[in-house]
Design a protein around this ligand. Structure first.
Ligand code: HMG
Ligand code: MG
Length: 298
C-alpha cells in the first residue's frame, strides 16, 4: 500500500540554491520562500548556518531569517554543522535544525573537513544543545547508496551511521542519495536493512538527487515501503558543491504530479508551485530541469 498523505520536505531554498554560483539577492530568496508557503508546502528548509567560506551563497542566513515572515503551520528548518552554527540558529529564532553526516569517509572529509568518526563528535554538542533549547533535530545522512570517490556503499555502513544520528536524539533520519546513483531495488534493500535494525519507515525520509533520472522511481519504491516524508526541491534546483557529479534534487513538481495521480494527499497547489519555479528559473537565468514545470509552465 501507499501512505494516505505525504509530507514534502521542501529543500529548494537550501539544497536548491547552495550550489548557485551567482549570489541570489536575499529579497528573491524571501519571495521564493513566501511563494512556496503560499503554494501549500509546510516544511521549508530555509538556509544553512555553515561557514560562509564553504557556502558563500548562504552567507546571508541571518538577514534571511530576519526578513522572513513565518507563516502559521509552516516549519523553517536550517542546516547546522557545529556549535557556532547552533548559536547563530538560536539567535535567529530557529526552532528546527538539521545536522548532516556522511556515510562515507571521503565525503566526511570533503564536506565537513572531518572524518566518519569525528563528525559525530562535532554533532554531539549541537544535538544536545538544540534539544535542550526545545528544538527539533533532523539528521541527514549523505552518500547512502554510492559515493563518487568510494563507489557503492554497503547497507550496514549506512545503518550504523544512521543509528549514531538517532543516538544523538534526531527525530527523523533523511537518507541522502547525494549523487543520484541509486536504483529502486537498492532503496528497498536499504529500508529493509534499517527495518531489521529496528528503525521503521515512519522515522525515515528519503532525499534523492536526480542525476541518473531515478529519483521519482526511487521515491515510489520508498513510499511502497512505508516512507511518508519525501525531500524535494521546487523546480529541481540543486546540488552539493562538495560532491562531484551531484545535480538537482527530485523536483517537487514531479513529485506532486505523481502523488496527485496516485490520490496521495500533499496539500500542495501544483499550479502555484509551477508558477513559482518558472519565476525562479527566470531569476536564475536558465530553464528549470523539471519535466512537469516545462510541461505546465506554458
Ligand atoms: P573548517 O574549515 O574545518 O572549520 O570547516 P573551521 O573551524 O576551521 O572554520 C573555518 C572558518 O569558518 C572560520 O573562520 C570559522 O570561524 C568559520 P575564520 O576564522 O577563518 O575567519 N566557521 C563558521 N562561520 C559561520 N558559521 C559556522 C561556522 N563554522 C566555522 N557554523 C565546517 C568545518 C563544518 C565549518 C565546514 O566544513 C562547513 O561549513 N561545511 C558545510 C558544507 C555544506 O554546507 N555542504 C552542503 C550541505 S550538505 C548537503 O548538501 C547534503 C544534503 O543535501 C543531503 C544529501 O544530498 O546527501 C544535506
Ligand atoms: Mg542534497
Amino acid at each position: 500500500g501507499l501512505p494516505a498523505r505525504v509530507t514534502i520536505w521542501e529543500v529548494g531554498p537550501r539544497d536548491g540554491l547552495q550550489n548557485e554560483k551567482s549570489i541570489v539577492p536575499v529579497e528573491v530568496k524571501l519571495e521564493f520562500l513566501d511563494r512556496l508557503a503560499a503554494a501549500g508546502l509546510t516544511v521549508l528548509e530555509a538556509t544553512s548556518f555553515v561557514s560562509p567560506k564553504w557556502v558563500p551563497q548562504l552567507a546571508d542566513a541571518e538577514q534571511l531569517l530576519d526578513g522572513l515572515t513565518r507563516r502559521p503551520g509552516v516549519r523553517y528548518p536550517v542546516l547546522v554543522p557545529n556549535e557556532r552554527g547552533l548559536a547563530r540558529a538560536l539567535d535567529a529564532g530557529c526552532t528546527d535544525i538539521a545536522i548532516f553526516a556522511s556515510a562515507t569517509e571521503t565525503f566526511a572529509q570533503r564536506n565537513l573537513n572531518s572524518t566518519l568518526d569525528k563528525q559525530f563528535d562535532m554533532f554531539t554538542p549541537v544535538a544536545a544543545g538544540a534539544r535542550q533549547a526545545g528544538m527539533d533535530v533532523r539528521g541527514y545522512l549523505s552518500m547512502c547508496f554510492g559515493d563518487p570517490w568510494e563507489g557503492p556503499v554497503g547497507y550496514e555502513q549506512v545503518v550504523t551511521a544512521g543509528q549514531r544520528l538517532f543516538e544523538l536524539g534526531c527525530s527523523q533520519l533523511s537518507l541522502g542519495d547525494t549523487i543520484g546513483v541509486a536504483t529502486a531495488g537498492q532503496v528497498e534493500g536499504l529500508l529493509a536493512a534499517f527495518g531489521a535494525a529496528g528503525i521503521g519507515p515512519e522515522r525515515l525520509a528519503v532525499h534523492f538527487h536526480d542525476t541518473y533520472g531515478q529519483a521519482l522511481a526511487n521515491t515510489l519504491a520508498a513510499l511502497r515501503c512505508g516512507v511518508s516524508t519525501v525531500d524535494s526541491s521546487a523546480g529541481g534546483l540543486g546540488g552539493c558543491p562538495y560532491a562531484e557529479s551531484a545535480t538537482g534534487n527530485l523536483a517537487t513538481e514531479d513529485l506532486v504530479w505523481l502523488l496527485d495521480g496516485l490520490g496521495v494527499e500533499t496539500g500542495v497547489n501544483l499550479d502555484e508551485l509551477v508558477a513559482t519555479s518558472a519565476w525562479m528559473a527566470e531569476r536564475l537565468g536558465r530553464p528549470s530541469p523539471s519535466r512537469v514545470v516545462n510541461a505546465l509552465a506554458g
